[in-house]
Design a protein around this ligand. Structure first.
Ligand code: SF4
Length: 360
């Protein structure tokens, strides 16, 4: 398949591994931002083929993992109401809240449905005017345009029984928070190609300059990942700190302008709490003041729900690149995909799920 097979070519993978081996002269810590990249590294065993001087750490780019526990509890409280049809992407249904999850709400009779797009939720609202339809709007910049379109469509059609829980986050402020931490070990980044396909990479230029860190926009296939790593290591070895674009087949510097305009019409940057990390200034998208009628937290008055994380779960440290999943004492004992303590064990992009599946 074009744009796939050539990026899984074993000969190219071998050549790139050889080039990295020849290039690297010292220990470098490189973070892949996206959980999809983490899964690809582990699924293809690339992490075991790299020279020992190249240390990969896994970033916070798993939207399910960084959604705060209280946001899940709020979703569960709303989904449990008899007048609500609660809609979400499938991943969120199994993520444990503090006492239950959305699957259990459905098992007890709640109307919880998986949708593939927030526009489906708008259609449901149109079809069920006697119900309140709520969509769980999680995700990074990749899902924000569709969420924005759903809200704008509902507004245009005068649909008043549709609302969203906004738990959307932005990558650049999270990278800055990681770089500002005293404990930061990250020396180079593989930026998430799909996020940059929407937003472009112009937002990363000041970060590379300010923190003197190379950032390479990278795709998700084995050849993409190794090209991204090679470019990052080449910069590190040369003492450079620039933004490079490995994922040129999908990403331009300015990104998808139409998608960005949709986001700006519906959302504005707000401070956002990240699970296990804390509040990062301006790291989320919140509904614009004129669209708060679509804010499910306000509509159902659940803003005050607060929750404590499991003390066993070290997901926050993993998402900042400070620890690896295998260092978590609960990994494969108290915490498994069947009985997850934290979201990274549940999400299809979660680092702990990747280690459980490919690296036990
Ligand atoms: S293995 Fe489980 S408990 Fe440990 S960090 Fe991952 S999700 Fe949390």
């Amino acid at each position: 398949m074009k744009y796939l097979d050539e990026y899984r070519d074993p000969a190219q993978v071998k050549t790139l591994l050889q080039k990295i081996e020849e290039l690297v002269s010292q220990h470098w810590v490189i973070m892949e931002i996206c959980g999809g990249q983490t899964h690809s590294f582990l699924r293809h065993g690339l992490n075991t083929l790299l020279p020992p001087q190249v240390e990969l750490v896994h970033g916070p780019g798993c939207p399910v993992c960084v959604t705060p526990l209280e946001q899940i509890d709020k979703a569960i409280a709303i989904a449990s109401r008899p007048e609500v049809i609660f809609t979400s992407y499938g991943d969120m249904l199994r993520v444990p809240g503090s006492s239950t999850d959305l699957f259990s709400v459905r098992a007890k009779g709640g109307d919880v449905r998986v949708v593939y797009s927030p526009l489906e939720a708008v259609q449901l609202a149109e079809a069920h005017p006697d119900k309140e339809v709520v969509f769980f709007a999680i995700g990074f910049e990749t899902t924000a345009p569709a969420n924005a379109m759903a809200v704008l469509l509902a507004q245009r059609k005068g649909i008043t029984n549709f609302s969203i829980i906004t738990a959307q986050v932005r990558v650049p402020p999270a990278m800055e928070a990681i770089l500002q931490a005293e404990s930061c070990r990250v020396q180079g980044f593989l930026a998430a190609g799909h996020v940059c396909a929407v937003m472009g990479f112009h937002e990363y230029l000041p970060l590379a300059e300010k923190y003197q860190v190379p950032i390479v926009v990278t795709g998700f296939e084995p050849v993409d990942l190794l090209q991204g790593l090679y470019a990052t290591i080449r910069q590190l070895e040369a003492g450079q700190a620039q933004v490079e674009n490995q994922y040129q087949r999908a990403v331009s510097e300015q990104g998808n302008q139409a998608a960005q305009q949709s986001i700006e019409k519906a959302f504005q940057p707000v401070d956002r709490k990240w699970r296990g990390i804390g509040t990062i200034p301006q790291s989320g998208w919140g509904l614009r003041p004129e669209l708060t009628a679509f804010d499910a937290e306000l509509k159902f008055e659940v803003q005050d729900i607060l929750t404590q994380e499991s003390p066993l779960c070290i997901a926050g440290e993993i998402l900042q690149g400070l620890k690896k999943t295998v260092e978590c004492p609960a990994f494969c004992s108290e915490c498994t995909p069947q009985n997850p303590l934290g979201a990274p064990m549940v999400s299809s992009e979660g680092a702990c799920a990747a280690y459980y599946r490919y690296h036990r």
